[in-house]
Design a protein around this ligand. Structure first.
Ligand code: PLP
Length: 387
């Protein structure tokens, strides 16, 4: 048995072997992709090859991929009032987001705080399309941002249906697909997302690389975040992170190739894990269980369980899980996602997230369930968790 069982893939994934190979190959590249000599052209080939690979992951055109330094940065780049189309160059007057978005979207990008509206979600965390319609009716040039899959629960948003509503109202739709990418098939055209955010490290590329993807050429960001050398079609200045981008491309290709088999395997493991959780603690709740979800994610709580205790107890047993939102880890904060889903505060404090990946095994799940049994037994002596 390996020393550790890593069950925090929604926080970040290990480097895929294919990405490690791309990194190794990239180490030999000496040139700057903007240089015209052979060394520069070799570096450029790495970047452009990766652009094709990342575009293929979501059915986009390579020319519509802009590399950034993170998913967070791609969200920040996209969420600006200065999104212009051929028909409309006046600033977007309102940003509409769901109440369960990642903190990098909740920060509102470059919209003034008073111009951001949070939309209600249902008990599974899905945006209420009627609330969306209502909010759109009160805006002239809206931008809507919705995540494809939630980082805490894995629940999928009805993005294609929302896109139709947004477009009917003359709005634009940005989709944060950071957690969904590589785990479920994504076609940016079928979804109707005008802009889409991706992040390399969630799919097995290096940390610190992201991308903003366009569905069509008709949208112009008039205020790029990083200005200077004109890289990435003037949208993101700075010499490209050639190695990181190469790993992003390799990870995208590997994820796409193995997606169906990996998803089926993860779903089987995840379902076994959830069945085992409930067998030990019948009152355990799996959030969003009835909704369409990513195949790798379980967010659960049980009466008497506190997330801090659980994370530490699992860690001591060699298992990495997370509590609250992963991106605020280091500090356990109650989940805004569960609060928006109407979960009571005492349950919210006990929520633990288990997220699996392509190298998770049945042995890992068994180790988790053994640790869970021990934890529940210990807690039940004091608090009746399994009662
Ligand atoms: N969006 C979602 C849904 C995420 O889960 C994360 C990271 O956890 C991000 C955006 C930010 O991505 P990055 O870590 O590349 O900044």
């Amino acid at each position: 048995m390996p020393d550790r069982s890593y069950f925090d893939w929604n926080a970040t994934a290990p480097l895929r072997p294919e990405a490690a190979a791309a990194l190794q190959a990239g180490l030999a590249v000496v040139g700057n992709p903007s240089s015209v000599h052979a060394e520069g052209r070799a570096a450029r080939r790495f970047v452009e090859n990766a652009r094709e690979q990342v575009a293929a992951l979501v059915g986009a055109r390579p020319g519509d991929v802009c590399f950034t330094a993170s998913g967070t940065e791609a969200n920040m780049l996209a969420l600006t009032p200065k999104l212009e189309t051929a028909d409309e160059i006046r600033p977007r007057d309102r940003l509409l987001i769901s109440a369960v978005e990642h903190s990098s979207v909740r920060a509102g990008g470059r919209f003034p705080p008073g111009s951001v509206t949070e939309l209600a979600v249902d008990a599974a965390g899905r945006v209420d399309l009627d609330a969306l319609k209502l909010a759109l009716a009160g805006t002239a040039r809206p931008l809507v941002s919705l995540m494809l899959a939630n980082n805490e629960t894995g629940v999928l948003q009805p993005v294609a249906a929302a896109a139709a509503v947004v477009h009917d109202a003359g709005g634009l739709l940005h989709v944060d697909a950071v957690q969904a990418a590589g785990r479920i098939p994504i076609d940016i055209n079928a979804l109707g997302a005008d802009l889409m955010t991706l992040s390399a490290h969630k799919i097995g590329g290096m940390k610190g690389v992201g991308a903003l993807v366009w569905r069509h050429e008709g949208i112009h960001i008039a205020d790029p975040l990083v200005r200077g050398g004109g890289q990435e079609r003037g949208l993101r200045a700075g010499t490209e992170n050639v190695l990181g981008i190469a790993t992003f491309g390799a990870a995208a290709t590997a994820a796409l190739a193995g997606m169906a088999a990996e998803a089926a395997r993860m779903r089987t493991l995840r379902d076994a894990l959830e069945a085992g959780l409930r067998a030990v603690a019948p009152r355990a709740v799996v959030f969003g269980a009835a909704a369409e979800r990513l195949p790798n994610t379980t967010l659960f709580a049980a009466p008497g369980l506190t997330a801090e205790t659980a994370v530490i107890a699992f860690d001591l047993e060699g298992i990495a899980v997370s509590s609250g939102a992963a991106c605020s880890s280091g500090k356990v904060q109650p989940s805004h996602v569960l609060a928006a889903m109407g979960v009571s505060p005492e349950i919210v404090h006990g929520a633990v997230r288990v997220s699996l990946g392509w190298d998770s095994t049945e042995t890992d799940v068994q180790r988790f369930l053994t640790a869970w049994r021990t934890l529940v037994t210990a807690l039940s002596k004091g608090e009746g968790i399994a009662a």
